[in-house]
Design a protein around this ligand. Sequence first.
Ligand SMILES: CC(=O)SCCNC(=O)CCNC(=O)[C@H](O)C(C)(C)COP(=O)(O)OP(=O)(O)OC[C@H]1O[C@@H](n2cnc3c(N)ncnc32)[C@H](O)[C@@H]1OP(=O)(O)O
Ligand SMILES: N[C@@H](CCO)C(=O)O
Length: 354
Amino acid sequence: MTTSIPFTQNPKKVSDSLHYYRHSDEFCLESGETLNEVQIAYQTFGTLNQDKSNVVWVCHALTANADPIQWWPGLIGYNYLINPEEHFIVCANILGSCYGTTGPRDFDPNTGERYLSNFPNITIRDQVKAHILLRKHLEIERIHLGMGGSTGGQQILEWVIEEPIFDKLFVIATSAQSSPWGKAIRAAQRMAIEADPSFYSSSVNGGKKGMEAARAMALLSYRTPSTFNQSQKDDNEALDNYRAESYQRYQGLKLSHRFDARSYYVLGKAMDTHNVGRGRGSVQKALATIKAETLIIGIEGDILFPIEDQQIIAEHLPNSTFKIIQSDYGHDGFLIETQKISEILKPFLSNESN
Ligand SMILES: CC(=O)SCCNC(=O)CCNC(=O)[C@H](O)C(C)(C)COP(=O)(O)OP(=O)(O)OC[C@H]1O[C@@H](n2cnc3c(N)ncnc32)[C@H](O)[C@@H]1OP(=O)(O)O
Ligand SMILES: N[C@@H](CCO)C(=O)O
């Protein structure tokens, strides 16, 4: 087994409490293709209590890693609502990513070469299958709270339908199926990556310039005009070198220093596959099977996952609470508005209904 070295050019980005579960059996994907010797990188925080009733499983968003204390500060961490003193927090890097779990830059055990552009298409359901493998490896039979935002929320919704082992769910800025609008946004980003000839090369860092452009496009769907218009104002004399352009270029560079272009490509395609109704009759029928008490939060101004996406979930879940928060940040507000989220999540977690 070729050990997969967690991808990061910034070692501090990969926490020293990262663990690995290596699955020796064949991992069959929804596409019918298989992956061998899948490795799942994960982190746990806190202690499993006697009756294993304090598990909080966090599913991360597109470019995050297995350390939610790092990327969801204010909500998860010591002295926050979801904390290691009270909860046994588990978070796994998702299949196809580049923070320790098997993805395009890892070595294919069948060829001894890195997958690179040969990494198979994966789905959200495949990512959930990897979570389930890890759950079983950790001998966790019940999850008190499953939580996630954006594609993390998509994983949670898929998972609870596959395995009704959750007491409570919290999902934010997410959907029950990917919309044509979301698919169009990600297609444009893939076109930018495909326009970078190095994406198809054998270079382990291929596609990075394309990913920088893709990230700049993505940011336009993660934010709102007000965040740019408030923070990136130019003086009246400016005729070039605008702050908004400098910001976009910087954000692209920032991502290219910590993320892999082929992972970005594969994970975007996985998001496109999301549809809880596939093979289950309809989205409505699939959602109606979810008995867990669910909190759904939408963000006013989120153009990637508009409020209607969360309304559909709320309408078809038998036991749900739906709240809307305001955020200048739009979609990325789920990572930033942790105070507003905590004010809603706290009473949801403390009620005795479950
Ligand atoms: C390994 C890991 O990190 S796990 C992954 C964690 N990340 C994720 O999950 C992705 C989600 N996180 C994010 O998207 C972001 O961290 C957010 C949304 C939470 C906040 O966004 P940020 O990028 O931190 O803040 P913001 O968008 O305001 O940008 C601030 C940065 O832009 C820089 N900047 C601001 N304006 C400009 C400009 N005109 N030109 C150049 N740079 C600029 C700031 O100096 C700052 O730089 P820094 O990040 O090096 O400190
Ligand atoms: N901006 C966040 C959330 C995207 O949904 C990320 O890059 O992971």
